[in-house]
Every structure is written in C-alpha cells, then in structure tokens.
Design a protein around this ligand. Structure first.
Ligand code: NAI
Length: 332
C-alpha cells in the first residue's frame, strides 16, 4: 500500500483524506511545527507529501524523500518549498490554487472599505467616552466611485478583487506583465504598463502577486513615494512583497492615508518590529490608520476543508496515474 504523509501543526481528523485515498494509499499523519521536527523514517516511506502554510521544505527534507513523487502545498503560495530542487529530484510540486480565492478577495475589499470608509478609525476613536460622537473623525473621506483601484498581480485572487471593486463603481486598473492581452477586455478593466504609472494614479493599491525574486520588496520607501498623496495600500499577498519598515513614516506624513497588512515577512512578528511598534503606539498615526491581521485573509471553514480535500485529490490523481493538475515546478 502506498503512503501519503500529511504533515503540519494542526492536522484535524484527516477523515476527508482517508475517504478520498481509500484503496489507493494509507494516510499517515505527522505532527510537526517545522521542518526540523519531521521524522526521517516516516519521510523515507512517503509516496506523496501534503504540507500546509507554515512548513518549509528545503534541501535537507527533499533529500530524505527517496520514494516521493509529489509534494502538495495545500494552499496557494509555494515559496516555502524549494520547488526548483524538487524538479531535479523528479518530485512534482503542486499547490491548491483555489481553496480561498473568494475569501482573500473578500478580505482585501473588506480591508479597503475599513480604511477608505473610516470604519477602523471611528471604531477605535469612539471607544473613548470623551470623544465627540460625530462623523468627522476620519475626514476627509472620498467617494469610491470613479477612483482608481489598482491590482498588482491579476491572477485568481486579483481578478476576484477587481470584480468586487468594479461592482463598487471603481476604476479598476492592473499591472501584471505575465498576463496575456485580452483579460483587460474580458473583464472590462485597464492594463497599466509600469508600476510607477500605476502607483501615481491609484487611490487604492491592492497586492495580489506571488513572492518571487522580482516581487520581493516591490513596495518600499522609494516606490511608496511614487504613490499619490492620500492613497491606500492593502497587502494580502506575501509579507516580503512589502518592506513594511517604510510604512510608519508614510502614514505619519499622511502620504499614505491608510494601510492594511495581512501578511508579514516574519509571522508572528518580533515585538520590536518597527511596524508593530508604530501600530501599538497611540501617539503614532499607524495606531488608527494601519490595520494588521494575522495572515487570515484566506480563512473560512469551507476553505480549510477544501484545502484538505483538494490536496488529497491531487495525491489520488498522482498515485493512480492520472494527469496531474496545478504542478508549479513543471518547467523549472
Ligand atoms: P495566481 O497565481 O492565480 O496569480 C498571481 C498573479 O501574479 C499571476 O497573474 C502572475 O502573472 C502575477 N505576477 C507574477 N509576478 C508578477 C509581477 N512581478 N508583477 C505583477 N504580477 C505578477 O495566484 P492567486 O491565487 O491570485 O494568489 C496570489 C497570491 O496571494 C499568492 O501567491 C499568495 O502568496 C497570496 N495568498 C495569500 C493568502 C492569505 O491568506 N493572505 C491566501 C492565498 C494566497
């Protein structure tokens, strides 16, 4: 009997995995918080491996997987797996690209509305009994209809966010050099050829690209200076896409009117992280104008179930000789 090893910190009962893989493979749970806790003897027997968000798979683990033909990253971002090395070892790496598309897009739009409609600021400020009960605290707020909502990375989530922003009447533009011509027409949105051009005319910039060598640090002090004064930044992609140390100053000077950050380069962040310190400091603009969430844009109970189910289905396809889907290292 083949073996599918499912590893992570909180695995649940794996009932779906067992049902989907019945007759094909034994499901072997391996509780581990990080790569160092993976059991070498269990890995040696694995025909396929299912991993979740926080598990890094580097060379040392890849070289302990002599039988493994497939690693499924049960989620979208696969930057935690050395997928290029996996290719040279003849191991396919697949992701589960669609388990949380709508949730992340909903979260990105929710964060944008909390900032641009003053909801976060009012909710914080009105708690103090001495604060006047008036609408003017977040002034000036601006009508969203007609203002530019910019998507960086027009993939599944970026497209879903674009459609939602369109429904709000926003003027949706995108930057994605890898998207073929035609999507702009199909979706009724505008392509912008350069980031500098996109940033200069944006009211809201929403990040939806993967973390790659190209996108690491894409938003930093220099590129933030290219943003229109009084605009907003939302990042639900990957933490390292934004150099968050540049955000406190941009908020303090009001160059940025607000920012919402769901993902950080280090999760959880250190207590002395400049972004965290500014956000916790009642005398800093970030206290009211920055929203931080704990990499939870994807989360719904249904999405979690999809992650497990679709990960197991990918293993079943691979172990029964069907054409694999969502392989992310085919051409590396
Ligand atoms: P996707 O693969 O469908 O779309 C990514 C898009 O980014 C593609 O269209 C690609 O061409 C584009 N892209 C690549 N390099 C680019 C660059 N240099 N500049 C501009 N665009 C570029 O991925 P999907 O499903 O839309 O997810 C996007 C990202 O969201 C993921 O890579 C992941 O890191 C993040 N994510 C975050 C979650 C959260 O809970 N916060 C949950 C799920 C995904």
């Amino acid at each position: 009997m083949k073996k599918v090893v499912v590893t992570g910190a909180e695995l649940g009962d794996l009932v779906d995995e067992r049902g989907i893989l019945a007759g094909v493979a034994e499901v072997v749970p391996m509780h581990a918080h990080n790569e160092d806790q993976l059991d070498e003897r269990v890995l040696a027997d694995a025909d396929a491996l299912m991993i979740f968000q926080t598990m890094r798979i580097s060379e040392k683990t890849l070289r302990r997987l002599p039988k493994c033909r497939l690693i499924v990253r049960c989620g979208v971002g696969f930057d935690n797996v050395d997928y290029a090395l996996a290719r040279t070892l003849n191991i396919d790496v697949a992701n589960v690209p669609d388990y949380g598309t709508e949730e992340v897009a909903d979260s990105a739009i929710g964060l944008m509305l909390s900032l641009t409609r003053g909801i976060n600021l009012l909710n914080l400020r009105l708690r103090d009994a001495a604060t006047p009960w008036v609408y003017t605290h977040p002034a000036p707020l601006h009508r969203l209809r007609g203002r530019q909502y910019s998507v960086v990375g027009l993939g599944c989530i970026g497209t879903s966010a674009a459609m939602r922003a369109k429904a709000l009447g926003m003027d949706v533009a995108f930057y994605d050099p890898y998207k073929a011509d035609g999507f702009d027409k199909a979706l009724g949105i505008r392509r912008v050829e350069s980031l500098a051009e996109l940033f200069a005319t944006s009211f809201v910039v929403s990040m939806h690209c993967p973390l790659t060598v190209e996108t690491r640090g894409m938003i930093n002090a220099t590129t933030l200076a290219q943003f229109a004064r009084g605009s907003y930044l939302v990042n639900t992609s990957r933490g390292a896409v934004v150099d968050t140390s540049a955000i406190p100053d941009a908020l303090a000077s009001r160059h940025l009117a607000g920012a919402a950050i769901d993902v950080l380069e280090k999760e959880p962040p250190d207590a002395n992280d400049p972004l965290l310190k500014a956000w916790r400091d009642p005398s800093h603009a970030a206290y009211e104008r920055l929203i931080l969430t704990a990499h939870c844009a994807f989360y719904s109970e249904e999405g979690l179930a999809d992650m497990h189910r679709k990960g197991a289905e990918a293993c079943r396809r691979a172990l029964t000789g069907q054409t694999p889907r969502n392989i992310v290292n085919a051409a590396v």
